[in-house]
Design a protein around this ligand. Structure first.
Ligand SMILES: [Ca+2]
Length: 295
């Protein structure tokens, strides 16, 4: 076997193995973890010895499970885009479920999208202001970039409550535009892909299809920055809800994938003896399920 595809269930937002059984109605994270199982080694490059590059470049599989036992949960994502590089703004939140329905506003926020460091600082300040406004650890804020790595904006993810269609935040200035990227509604079909959290090493070709048998053609490919070696790497995770008592297995599966789009690829080295190739045959992918018990 050359590559491992493993379904893993974790306590939410952690890589800690779940303590089983979990309770009906509890949330957990389901992840696809992959690992390059080839042995490390060296090759000769014009008289010098070099280490073989290792790591999974592209990983795609179905994860099959009984959908009466668990379902995907979705966090609302709203995105901020900007007409200027620097300035100030406030974000205003209306509370449809509160009797007084008074809008609540953040303090005035300074933004600076000019440099990597100022973008990180701005994201931190937006998150702090919103969490202060809401009174808790309710949102995460991360910058997003175009495929050419130009700054695009900030994604505000409402991780304090899943499956809630949040009202759109209002901006105090036309220079800062708020739009809904992922509706926090699990019955809204376009939200399915948006509920998946892909790892930073896998920014390309992100894919997840809602199928009657589970999650179809789930995966992504690497950022071309090189392999992660032979350690396990998380490709993607999604928040799940346990629906009823019993046992449910999450099974990685390769049936019905669309090749070459859904190929399993590793970092292959043509200079090795014998030459290594990127493409991994499905028969060389080890599929490890996760059995979950719910009470
Ligand atoms: Ca919404």
């Amino acid at each position: 076997m050359k590559v491992l595809y493993q379904a893993a269930c974790y306590a939410p937002n952690t890589t800690a193995q779940l303590v089983l059984p979990i309770a009906k109605g509890a949330s957990f994270d389901l992840a696809l973890v992959t690992q390059d199982l080839r042995p490390p080694g060296t090759y000769d490059f014009m008289g010098s010895t070099r280490n073989l590059m290792r790591g999974v470049f592209a990983a795609y599989c179905n994860i099959l499970f009984d959908k009466t036992m668990a379902r995907v949960q979705v966090a609302e994502v709203q995105t901020l885009t900007f007409h200027k590089t620097q300035g100030t703004f406030r974000l205003v939140f209306t509370q449809p479920n509160k009797p007084n329905k008074l809008p609540k506003s953040t303090s005035t926020l300074a933004y600076n999208n000019a440099t990597q460091a100022s973008v990180v600082l701005t994201a931190t300040q937006i998150a702090r202001a919103l969490n202060t406004l809401f009174g808790g650890n309710v949102v995460t804020v991360v910058p997003w970039y175009t495929p050419y790595t130009y700054f695009g904006g900030y994604n505000i993810r409402f991780t304090g409550a899943y499956d809630v269609d949040e009202p759109l935040l209002n901006s105090s200035t036309a220079d800062v535009v708020v739009s809904e990227l992922v509706k926090g509604d699990p019955n809204f079909a376009p939200s399915f892909l948006g509920s998946f959290m892909f790892g930073p090493k896998y920014p390309n070709g992100r894919q997840a299809v809602n199928t009657p048998q589970g999650i179809g053609r789930l995966g992504a490919f690497n950022d071309l920055s090189g392999g992660s070696g032979v350690r396990p790497v998380e490709v993607v995770r999604v928040r799940m809800l346990a629906l009823q008592a019993g046992t449910v297995a999450f099974k990685p599966d390769l049936a019905g994938l669309a090749y070459p789009n859904d190929d399993c690829l590793v970092y292959g080295n043509w200079a090795a003896t014998p030459p290594e190739y990127s493409n991994v045959d499905p028969s060389e992918v080890q599929l490890t399920p996760f059995p979950l018990t719910i009470q």
